[in-house]
Design a protein around this ligand. Structure first.
Ligand code: MG
Length: 360
């Protein structure tokens, strides 16, 4: 009897932590100021404990400094078996963060998988746990990368159901791009210069020009190091100025106060859902606006971010629409709005057998 009981206890305690590289294939080559790419490396994480599986994702655009090699090296150091329980999450997420500096996307993968596992184990979604109403998520924007006139027209045909476009500028044909878009649509435009403008006076001139063409805000107009120039620009700009590259984590937030009107929070920059929740709450206390954004990601990362989306002023969570090999089913976009499934955790299930026959 004693033997039988201890055996069942060990089965109950069964724990696995697995991760696998997964190359995200973009529908179309994606160009922003400074780079063009057609794939994004990602790593999918699976935590299984007591018969429940949680999923997470690290998506790593090359310009952020992480790679499959660094992510796998970091994840190899994660030891969840040392914990008697995977609750409370806070302590474990803190330990994961302390394993090594940087590695923010790899840390996010673990954080997301832990949240998914915990929600599924306890039977709640995170938006309900945080007492947020998923019906109040603002409509998401749809990203339009830099392209030729013909390319832009083709991209815009795929953006019909979206009320808002996020247009990547910061190149040499910015006005031509906006004119081409305005010939086709009067959808709201948000501009992301990805640090591509170099001179504060030129930036102010184009922001005034953009304001006359129905642009709503400008993200990261100048290189993040030009702090005084950005503060100068913000004082004079008719449009809100939002930080993206300049603010990765909670610790970056205070230095953005007085320099930017708001911040773009992304799970892959800030190490995951727990810190993103803190960043949004703190930004609000500081009187700053909040955009919730993403990288090119699967529905795993997007569904995790969607749990926080009712807290955002602006939502930019179209990353899973930009890839053609999404291995998850989770949040969907209907009529330009995120629809979160009524499921526990982050609401995702794999549709591809990534971890082998015994894995998914
Ligand atoms: Mg951006």
């Amino acid at each position: 009897m004693v033997l039988k009981l201890s055996l069942s206890m060990s089965i109950l305690r069964q724990m696995s932590f697995r991760f696998i590289p997964y190359m995200l294939e973009l529908n179309r080559p994606f160009s922003i100021a400074g780079s063009t790419r057609s794939t994004t490396p990602a790593v999918i994480v699976q935590i299984e404990r007591d018969g429940t599986k949680g999923y997470g994702e690290a998506s790593m655009p090359p310009y952020l400094g992480e790679s499959l090699t660094t992510a796998e090296a970091f994840l190899s150091r994660v030891n969840l078996e040392q914990y008697e329980s995977l609750f409370p999450l806070e302590e474990i997420v803190r330990d994961i963060d302390a394993l090594a500096p940087e590695n923010n996307a790899a840390k996010a993968a673990v954080d997301i998988a832990l949240h998914d596992w915990a929600g599924k184990t306890m039977g709640y979604s995170w938006h309900s746990k945080w007492e947020l109403n998923a019906q109040t998520i603002p409509p998401t924007s749809y990203t339009i990368g830099m392209d030729s006139k013909q390319g832009l027209r083709e991209r815009l045909r795929g953006a019909g159901e979206f009320k808002i476009l996020k247009v990547k500028l910061g190149g040499t044909r910015d006005k031509e791009m906006i004119d081409t878009i305005r010939e086709m649509t009067d959808q709201i435009i948000r501009v992301d210069a990805n640090q591509g403008w170099r001179n504060k006076s030129d930036a102010l001139e184009i922001i005034h020009w953009l304001a006359q063409r129905g642009v709503e805000l400008v993200e990261q107009p100048l290189p993040k190091e030009q702090v005084d120039d950005i503060a100068w620009l913000r004082e004079r700009s008719p449009l809100p100025i939002i930080a993206d590259e300049a603010v990765r984590r909670l610790s970056d937030l205070r230095s953005a106060l007085g320099v930017y009107d708001g911040i773009n929070v992304k799970l892959m920059k800030c190490t995951g859902m727990m810190e993103a929740h803190r960043m949004i709450t703190t930004a609000r206390q500081l009187g700053m606006k909040v955009m919730l954004g993403c990288m090119t990601e699967t529905s795993c990362g997007i569904s995790a971010a969607a749990q926080l989306a009712p807290l955002a002023d602006w939502v930019d969570l179209d990353g899973a629409l930009l890839i053609k090999n999404d291995p998850f089913r989770g949040v969907e976009i209907v009529g330009g709005r995120l629809v979160t499934p009524d499921k526990p955790g982050i609401g995702v299930e794999p549709v591809v057998d990534m971890f082998g026959s015994s894995g998914n």
